[in-house]
Design a protein. Structure first.
Length: 396
C-alpha cells in the first residue's frame, strides 16, 4: 500500500518506543521517592514500622496534652548544643545536618534552627553551656535570635569536662554567677517564673557542694538537678526545684520498666513540689564513642512511643533529646540520614506543621533530590531516546 511503512520497520519503531517507555518508568520509579523528600542514607534500608505514619499519634498523647486553649500547656524543650566548629564534623560522625556542616558562630544558621523548631511546635531550647568567652558570645547571639522569634531558652550547665570528670565547684559557681548576672531578669529565659537552669552531672558532687550552689543562686534561678534515679533525687530534693532526667538510650519496646520508671520519677519529684522534665528521644547510637547500644528509630515510631511515655508521666515539661547531638545520633534536626521524619512526629503531637526540609537542603534543587545512580539512569535514558529518534528519522 502506497505511503505505508513495511511491517518490520513498524515493529522496530514500536520496539524502540517500548524500550523508551520502559526506561521512563524506571526513571520515574527511581526519582519519585526523592522528589517526595524521603529520608536518604542508611535509613532507607531499614524496615518501616507498620505504624510509621507521623500523624498516627497514639491516644495517650492526644488525651494527656492540654489543648491550645487550656490553662496549662506543657512546654516542649529540645536539648541544643553550641559546641560546633568546622572541624567538629570530622570527628565521630555518621550523619550531618541538611543545612550544612555549620559552625555554632553562624547566626544565620541559628535563625533557621529556631524557625524550624518553632514551626514544629517546640517551645524552646535547653542550651548546653559553660562559662567560656566563645560560648558566652554564642549564647548571647542565640538569645537575640530567640528574642526576635518569641522563642524560649533554658540552660544546661555542664558540670563535667570532656572526659566526664566533675569540674571544680569554683568553675561551676562562676557559671551560675554569670547566668544570674546577665540573664537573671531576661524574659527569654523565663519558663517557670525565673531562668531555668539544669545542672548536668549533679550525681558527681557532694551534698555540701550542691548546697553551696543552691543557697547562693536558688533565689535568682530555677535550678534543676539531673539525677538518674528517683531515690537519688529524693536525697537532695530540698536543694533543687526539680529534676531534668537526660535519658537518651532506652528502647521503648525492650527496656524493662521504661515507662514505669518515668512515672515513678515524676511521683517523687512532685511529692517535693518540684518540676519534672521527662525525657524523649528519637533513637540512639553512640558506638563511635565506645558505646554498645544502637536504638533504631523505626521511621519515627521510637520517638512516638517515647513522647507518649513522657506525656503519661505527667511532666511539667518534656526534654526532647536532642536538637543536634550528632555524636550520639539522637538529633531531630533535619539531617542527611533521617530527613525531617522526627520533626513530622513532633509537629503531629503539637498540632503544628513541620517545615518542608528540602527547602533547607542547599546542595539539591528545591523539591528534587537525585542520587548518583538516578543521574546515571537519566543519562542512559537520554542517550537511548536520542538514538531511537535518530533511527526513526533515518528510516523515514
Amino acid at each position: 500500500m502506497s505511503g505505508t511503512r513495511p511491517w518490520h520497520r513498524r515493529a522496530g519503531t514500536a520496539a524502540l518506543s517500548g524500550v523508551t517507555a520502559l526506561i521512563m518508568i524506571m526513571i520515574l520509579g527511581a526519582i519519585a521517592p526523592s522528589a517526595q523528600g524521603a529520608p536518604r542514607g542508611r535509613s532507607s534500608s531499614r524496615t518501616p514500622s507498620p505504624s510509621a505514619n507521623p500523624s498516627s499519634v497514639s491516644s495517650p498523647a492526644s488525651s494527656a496534652r492540654p489543648s491550645a486553649g487550656a490553662a496549662r500547656q506543657v512546654p516542649l524543650l529540645a536539648y541544643f548544643y553550641i559546641w560546633f566548629n568546622p572541624s567538629s564534623w570530622n570527628r565521630l560522625k555518621i550523619d550531618y545536618p541538611l543545612i550544612g556542616r555549620y559552625s555554632s558562630n553562624d547566626v544565620s544558621i541559628m535563625r533557621q534552627q529556631v524557625k524550624m523548631a518553632k514551626q514544629s511546635g517546640i517551645t524552646g531550647f535547653l542550651v548546653s553551656w559553660k562559662d567560656t568567652p566563645v560560648l558566652n558570645r554564642r549564647l548571647a547571639a542565640l538569645r537575640s535570635v530567640a528574642a526576635a522569634a518569641g522563642f524560649k531558652l533554658g540552660i544546661v550547665i555542664e558540670g563535667r569536662d570532656f572526659y566526664g570528670n566533675p569540674m571544680s565547684t569554683r568553675k561551676i559557681r562562676q557559671s551560675f554567677g554569670y547566668l544570674a548576672t546577665n540573664y537573671g531578669s531576661d524574659p527569654v529565659f523565663n519558663i517557670f517564673g525565673k531562668p531555668l537552669v539544669a545542672w548536668s552531672g549533679t550525681w558527681l558532687f557532694s551534698t555540701r557542694q550542691l548546697t553551696a550552689i543552691s543557697k547562693a543562686y536558688g533565689s535568682k534561678l530555677t535550678i534543676l538537678a539531673t539525677e538518674k534515679q528517683p531515690d537519688d533525687y529524693q536525697l537532695i530534693a530540698k536543694l533543687f526545684r526539680g529534676d531534668a532526667y537526660y535519658w537518651s538510650s532506652p528502647d521503648p519496646r525492650h527496656t524493662p520498666d521504661y515507662a514505669s520508671k518515668l512515672v515513678e520519677f515524676s511521683k517523687v519529684v512532685h511529692q517535693h513540689h518540684g518540676l519534672w522534665i521527662a525525657p524523649a528521644a528519637p533513637g540512639f547510637d553512640a558506638r563511635l564513642l565506645g558505646g554498645i547500644r544502637d536504638i533504631r528509630r523505626r521511621r519515627g515510631q521510637t520517638l512516638r512511643l517515647e513522647l507518649n511515655a513522657a506525656i503519661a508521666s505527667s511532666p511539667d515539661a518534656i526534654g526532647l533529646i536532642s536538637w543536634n547531638e550528632y555524636s550520639e545520633n539522637s538529633e531531630i534536626e533535619p539531617s542527611n540520614e533521617y530527613g525531617g521524619t522526627a520533626l513530622k512526629v513532633v509537629a503531629a503531637v503539637e498540632h503544628a506543621r513541620a517545615p518542608v526540609v528540602r527547602d533547607f537542603n542547599s546542595s539539591d534543587p528545591a523539591g528534587f533530590h537525585a542520587g548518583a545512580s538516578q543521574l546515571v539512569i537519566l543519562c542512559v535514558f537520554l542517550l537511548l531516546l536520542g538514538g531511537s529518534i535518530a533511527i526513526v528519522v533515518k528510516r523515514r
